[in-house]
Write a protein that binds this ligand. Structure first.
Ligand SMILES: [Zn+2]
Ligand SMILES: [Zn+2]
Length: 175
């Protein structure tokens, strides 16, 4: 996920390069379990201050369903929109001062290279839905016996109340 932008930095604002990306991301983050490589397009656009990265990327991840706890595959699409800024002046070779909003992840290094791995890592983590579920109608696990109800019903009495609501039931029964 590294791109050398030395030539693009010498060009005028608005000039672009387009790349097709296809790269394994197994080592990107311990929380990310990819089932397929990261793929898509990356457009690098020369701006007044640096290089704007526009990415349209997709992969698929193995996640654990929050309801039934079974692993499932989630196709994931996300976009990147980040401006990378040079640390070295391309014309003079002088070190450029960093501004307050320069992050390490979006610096163009001393070899005029952009490394997308950190912004990709953040983009994937942000794109994963909280409490992912394997299907919209996932029946989850029986709260009593723990059986995966997607595989069929169990014999537990369905009218049994969640122990946390027993106090509420008492209150309701009072009237
Ligand atoms: Zn599920
Ligand atoms: Zn049960």
């Amino acid at each position: 996920m590294r791109y050398n932008v030395a030539q693009l930095l010498k060009e005028q604002s608005g000039h672009t390069r387009q790349y097709t990306l296809r790269e394994a991301i197994d080592a990107l983050d311990p929380e990310i379990a990819p089932l397929s490589p990261l793929a898509g397009t990356v457009q690098l656009i020369r701006t007044a201050d640096g290089i704007f990265v526009l990415g349209n990327l997709h992969t698929s991840l193995e996640l654990t369903c929050a309801r039934c706890l079974v692993p499932f595959a989630l196709p994931l699409e996300f976009s990147l929109e980040e401006e990378f800024r040079p640390t070295i002046d391309i014309h003079t070779g002088a070190t450029l001062p960093l501004t307050a909003d320069d992050e390490v992840a979006t610096r163009i290094d001393a070899h005029h290279e952009i490394d997308l791995s950190e912004v990709v890592r953040q983009g994937i983590l942000l794109a994963i839905p909280p409490g992912p579920i394997c299907r919209s109608k996932c029946a989850g696990l029986c709260a009593i016996c723990g059986k995966n109800l997607n595989e069929g019903a169990c014999d537990c009495k369905r009218d049994e109340i969640d122990p946390r609501f027993e106090k509420l039931k008492e209150l309701l029964d009072k009237k």
